[in-house]
Write a protein that binds this ligand. Structure first.
Ligand code: NAD
Length: 336
């Protein structure tokens, strides 16, 4: 039986990856600071621990794994990454995790390790025109990411590539572009635009109003989780290191994203633009390299992914409302 280790298995992408690897018949060990929030893990073994600790990394890499996936990072959406308030933690925590994991895998002679980098490594100066962002892989240098999160990702990409060059480790590096789907952060301050907009629309009355950070004209592309997993596995099992974009080429403005969600919800809602952290003006995946190297690129329409995500978030909102009503009722009974 093949064995896989998933670091960050309590998070959004990691918990979905565990499910996918189990479907493929792997024995899976997950590691994270926490269990997945929204459904029980399907991992055969789940270690709760801190990957900033080198001893913990050595402990979880105590046998030969066929595939190691490194998703653990201190991260979140614009409200977490672009305010500047979390920069020291983001850089320090994520760099330590990557340094420790590579060292532990090298000691165990683990050959194949996947690293989840990000579109946030691309230079700010190529993403100022919302209609024409440049995110071709080779445009990463001269480097000028717009966040410390992006700088740490770039440093870690180089770290993985150095272990590949010097120690012959088969590393695989993907630059993810805004992955979304059910069972991701939606109301804890780390949520990204699709989940945040789905939540706001689900909570708003028909005819009501929602707030959007910025002028709504900033552009992005969003990739549904199943496509992210598919691309990751294809890259992992290919004979090519990357780094490569794993993202969608279906670029939309944030306002268009909001109107798409309203259409799915069957609600007419006004949008009010307010100041807030936004990141670069434009960003979209460039899939020429992945098509050339892997003969595959994502094709699932944004709207289909949003339908599934909206349905899940609407359910979470209903559960939360029900819980609040129950708490109000029990408070009333206690007061009486
Ligand atoms: P996530 O925050 O849901 O998952 C990350 C997990 O890492 C969390 O469960 C967290 O508890 C865990 N973690 C953090 N510090 C840890 C530590 N010290 N020890 C053990 N576990 C720790 O994020 P995600 O959306 O699943 O992203 C997974 C990876 O993909 C991350 O590296 C992220 O930077 C990268 N990425 C994600 C996106 C996206 O749109 N989701 C885009 C680009 C890159």
């Amino acid at each position: 039986m093949k064995k896989a280790l998933v670091c960050g298995a309590g998070g959004f992408i990691g918990s979905h990856m565990v499910k996918r690897l189990k479907k493929e018949g792997f024995w899976v060990r997950g590691v994270d600071l926490k269990y997945p929030q929204f459904s029980p893990t399907q991992a055969d073994d789940f270690v709760i621990g801190d990957l900033r600790d080198p001893a913990l990394c050595r402990h979880v890499v105590d046998m030969k794994f066929d595939e190691v996936y490194q998703f653990a990072a201190d991260m979140g959406g614009a409200g977490y990454v672009f305010t500047g308030e979390n920069d020291a933690d983001i850089m320090h925590n994520s760099a330590l995790i990557n340094l420790n994991m590579l060292e532990a895998c090298y000691r165990r002679n683990i050959k194949r390790i996947f690293y989840s980098s990000s579109a946030c490594i691309y230079p700010k100066y190529n993403q100022e025109d919302p209609a024409n962002p440049n995110c071709a892989e080779e445009s990463a240098y001269p480097a000028f990411p717009d966040s410390e999160y992006g700088w740490e990702k770039l440093f870690s990409e180089r770290l993985y590539l150095a272990f590949h060059r010097n120690y012959g480790m088969e590393v695989r590096i993907a630059r993810y572009h805004n992955i979304f789907g059910p069972e991701g952060s939606w109301n804890d301050g780390r949520e990204k635009a699709p989940a945040a907009i789905c939540r706001k629309v689900a909570m708003a009355e028909d005819g009501g109003e929602i707030e959007i950070w910025g002028d709504g004209q900033q552009t992005r592309s969003f990739l549904y989780i199943d496509e992210c997993l598919e691309g990751t596995l294809r890259l992992m099992r290919s004979d090519w290191t990357g780094p490569v974009n794993i993202g969608s080429e279906e670029m939309v403005t944030i306002d268009q994203l909001a109107y798409l969600v309203m259409e799915i919800a069957g609600k007419k809602i006004r949008v009010r633009h307010i100041p807030g952290p936004q990141g670069v003006r434009g960003r979209c995946s460039d899939n020429r390299l992945i098509k050339k190297k892997l003969g595959w690129s994502p094709s699932y329409p944004l709207k289909e992914g949003l339908k599934k995500t909206y349905a899940w978030i609407e359910e979470q909102v209903k559960k939360l409302n029900l819980q609040e009503k129950r708490e109000d009722k029990s408070n009333e009974t206690q007061e009486n």
